[in-house]
Design a protein around this ligand. Structure first.
Ligand SMILES: NC(=O)c1ccc[n+]([C@@H]2O[C@H](COP(=O)([O-])OP(=O)(O)OC[C@H]3O[C@@H](n4cnc5c(N)ncnc54)[C@H](O)[C@@H]3O)[C@@H](O)[C@H]2O)c1
Ligand SMILES: O=C(O)C(=O)C[C@@H](O)[C@H](O)[C@H](O)COP(=O)(O)O
Ligand SMILES: [Zn+2]
Length: 349
């Protein structure tokens, strides 16, 4: 088993990475939770594939209930949250029970936000099932739902009690969603780890090194979150590619571009333009482009009304008053935070 510690100010917890860990999840949870009831929040796809397996191991020790939401970004909504919370109430879930977020980033963000707010806080654990959620969203406690006005605009920082990562679950994931996860993996290489970036360039079979990749990404994220849980400083670097990416997701109503696809475009576009402005080493954007292509990700900004995109970008949480903080690369593996007047964002898209 590979383990990492997340030393966030509000809570310290472990990330556990092991092939097949799902089959023994009950044993692991038993060690860190003394209660009797578990409430698993998942989506219908994950449930169809894995409900029997997770139910078997959890039911050895606990009374288990399930709530299934529709798959997809539209479930990160007040509507779905309300339906789930009503079900929690009907099931008499109390503060001493434990919620299990079992799914991709959508389930993790939604179930995490429910955990943070239902009864003003119920403990939860993350059992991520997509590459994106295993390398990124299950760690660090950003939990949220979307508004029509923008991405993740209602949420909290609420750390899980533990994270259990089973890379075997990726065997059933569509290639498209694997690529989404690769966008965030490439992000870590860009902002912090040239060696990771080069490994991704050179490797001929990513599946063979996926555990190591998950570990490396979680290590970077744990390190950053340990330093700045509340996103006031260094944590903003995890948002590389997201200022434009979140804008793209919103402008297309969260329907056309998935999170990973939008972040991929955001990383390339901001780097290409910061090169032109002399703020990034020449050739960096092309390096990103080549890697995105290798992992089946597009990089060109789609045709979009510029004003709509800029309006969406201005909803970024890194905005304060008239200023916006953006993340730029000096070169691969080395990034920095730049404060600009928010209108200047047009120079970067
Ligand atoms: N909180 C954070 O720090 C953070 C970080 C990155 C992304 N996010 C959020 O994560 C979300 C995207 O997450 P995602 O890419 O995991 O998408 P997702 O949760 O929508 O999952 C993608 C698809 O894969 C299916 N799926 C999940 N696990 C599967 C498995 N093992 N086998 C087969 N199918 C499976 C799902 O049903 C869904 O259809 C976005 O909302 C994004 O904003 C949050
Ligand atoms: O954990 C973080 O911090 C991140 O920025 C990770 C991102 O990959 C993730 O998409 C996050 O949800 C974006 O957060 P937001 O604050 O821009 O909504
Ligand atoms: Zn992201």
């Amino acid at each position: 088993m590979l383990t990492l510690n997340v030393n966030a100010k509000s809570r310290q917890y472990k990330i556990n990475i092991k092939r097949g860990i799902l089959e023994k999840l009950g044993d692991h949870i038993k060690l860190l939770y003394k209660g009797k009831r578990l409430l698993v929040i998942t989506d219908t796809n994950v449930s169809r594939l894995y409900k029997e397996k997770i139910d078997r191991t959890l039911s050895e020790y606990f009374k288990v209930d399930f709530i299934e939401v529709e798959p997809g970004e539209s479930s990160k909504s007040f509507k779905t949250m309300e339906i789930c919370c009503e079900k929690l109430a009907q099931l008499n879930i109390t503060r001493s029970d434990l919620i299990v977020a079992f799914g991709g980033g959508v389930v993790g963000d939604l179930a995490g936000f429910i955990s943070a707010t239902y009864l003003r806080g119920v403990d939860f654990i993350q059992v991520p099932t997509t590459l994106l959620s295993q390398v990124d969203s299950s760690v660090g406690g950003k939990v949220a739902i979307n508004l029509e006005s923008g991405k993740n605009l209602v949420g909290n920082f609420y750390q899980p009690k533990a994270v259990f990562i089973d890379p075997d679950l990726l065997s059933t994931l569509d290639e498209k969603y694997f690529s989404d996860g690769m966008a965030e993996v490439i992000k870590y290489g860009c902002i912090r780890d040239e060696k990771l970036f080069n490994n991704l360039k050179e490797c001929t079979d990513i599946n063979k090194i996926i555990e190591e990749i998950i570990y490396t990404c979680c290590e970077i994220k744990a390190d950053v979150v340990g330093e700045d849980e509340l996103d006031k400083g260094i944590r903003m670097i995890l948002n590389f590619g997201h200022t434009i990416g979140h804008g793209i997701e919103k402008v297309f109503d969260y329907k056309k571009y998935s999170h990973g696809e939008a972040v991929a475009i955001g990383m390339y576009v901001i780097s290409k333009n910061s090169e032109k402005l002399g703020l990034t080493k020449m050739g960096t954007a092309d390096e990103i482009k080549n890697l995105l292509e290798k992992y089946n990700l597009s990089y060109e900004l789609p045709v979009v009304e510029e004003k709509n995109l800029i309006d969406a970008i201005k909803k970024d949480k890194k905005r304060t008053g008239e200023y916006l903080k953006i993340i730029l690369l000096k070169e691969i593996g080395n990034c920095y935070i730049k404060k600009i007047k928010s209108d200047e964002i047009k120079n970067y898209i």
